[in-house]
Design a protein around this ligand. Sequence first.
Ligand code: AMP
Ligand code: ZN
Length: 119
Amino acid sequence: MDGCLFCKIINGEISSEKVYEDGEMVALRDIAPQAPVHLLIIPKRHISGADGLRESDAALAGAILLTAKRLAEENSLENGWRVVTNVGEDGGQTVGHLHFHLLGGAKLGGFGGCVEGRG
Ligand code: AMP
Ligand code: ZN
């Protein structure tokens, strides 16, 4: 989608540190990490956010969650981790292309997905 930051990252117009890619999603390091491990898992197809998911996206949503689990294992997050997706203004969404934050590597604070004292 024109003007979408994550579409530009996915099509290579903007560089990123990709850690995983398959036919339907990419995972990359967040540019402003809120935890020692902070990855973004992003479907390649432009979807505005979790509010833009349709019934027909059920397999995609499930595949993204399974990718989060696998990336958590690969990043040695055996002590625990968190998946967060922000939706809309009140939810704190700043990029209007669906993405899931995978956070871990330290004791996370309460709701919000940030390491205590870092956000
Ligand atoms: P949200 O606020 O939930 O929409 O998440 C957007 C995330 O994208 C934030 O955590 C940003 O730090 C991250 N971000 C913004 N620009 C980039 C970029 N060029 N590469 C990687 N992550 C980015
Ligand atoms: Zn997009």
